[in-house]
Ligand binder design. Structure first.
Ligand SMILES: Cc1cc2nc3c(=O)[nH]c(=O)nc-3n(C[C@H](O)[C@H](O)[C@H](O)COP(=O)(O)O)c2cc1C
Length: 251
């Protein structure tokens, strides 16, 4: 009964005011969504409707945090003049970082020279991403209001909310990627957006409707990441399910 009502409400979403509109009924199962959410850096040139943005950011606000203090805040930049300036700033920082990384990490040497190598594909994706970053449909700055001295655990009160953003986007047919690009232009960004002292910018997340094909999530085999009673000793049940796409563990 409830789900029928949600489907019906979905159909009439455009006609309801946003506070009357229930969260969308999504078709991706929770586990499937968790295991298939990629970093999406190429977007169609279309805005994210407000009702979708509401659902994505609602999911963010449902995240856990220490003692349920909810120190996370999100600045959602879409199409205002301020948003355009902030996106330009972050794009300029991203271009500097990527140009530097491209050289220092040798993206244009070794296997990177072969056009169809993973390295060359990644370089193309990153170049396209930073070149068009100022045009991304939505840029979310995830912030953390500090209520005590910085400590190793504090990120755990904002990054689950960031992951909820990416998972909710996936559930609704959108995609995004968490970046650290804000850190290279932070003073200008803080002044523009009036972010108060004592509040950290934890991540900049770009969002949009995915453009092109995105392959499966590739991670190291779980037997190299999951240990039983001793370091580096995998329990017998730590076996990837059939047809899992893997890459080698890096360290
Ligand atoms: C802490 C963190 C920082 C990241 N910083 C950046 C970044 O600055 N720029 C970027 O393009 N992607 C960034 N990413 C995205 C990762 O590169 C991406 O999640 C990873 O390569 C896995 O991608 P996949 O899920 O598509 O396989 C970051 C991810 C995390 C978790």
């Amino acid at each position: 009964m409830f789900s029928e009502w949600v489907v019906l409400a979905d159909y009439y979403r455009v006609m309801l005011s946003i506070e009357q509109t229930p969260v969308a009924a999504d078709v991706v199962g929770l586990l499937e969504g968790l295991c298939t959410t990629r970093a999406i850096r190429r977007y169609k040139n279309e805005p994210i409707p407000e009702v979708v943005l509401r659902d994505i950011m609602f999911a963010a606000t449902r995240a856990p945090s220490g003692s349920n203090r909810q120190p996370f805040r999100f600045i959602v930049l879409t199409d205002s003049d301020v948003a355009a300036k902030a996106k330009q700033l972050i794009a300029s920082g991203a271009q500097k970082v990527w140009n530097n990384k491209r050289t220092t990490d040798g993206y244009d040497s070794g296997s990177g020279v072969a056009d169809n190598s993973a390295k060359a594909r990644m370089a193309r994706t990153m170049q396209q991403y930073v070149d068009h970053l100022e045009d991304v449909p939505v840029l979310v700055l995830a912030c953390l209001v500090r209520y005590r001295e910085p400590n190793a655990l504090e990120g755990a009160s904002v990054y689950p909310a960031c992951q909820n953003v990416l998972l909710a986007a996936r559930a609704l047919g959108y995609g995004g990627v968490l970046t650290g690009f804000h850190s290279f232009v932070e003073p200008g960004l803080r002044a523009l957006l009036q972010i108060p002292e004592g509040t950290a910018i934890a991540a900049s997340i770009t969002l949009g409707k995915p453009e092109g094909r995105h392959g499966p999530v590739r991670r190291a085999p779980m037997s190299s990441l999951i240990f039983g009673d001793r370091w580096e000793v995998a329990p017998s049940w730590a076996q990837d399910p059939p047809d899992t796409a893997t890459i080698a563990r890096r360290f």
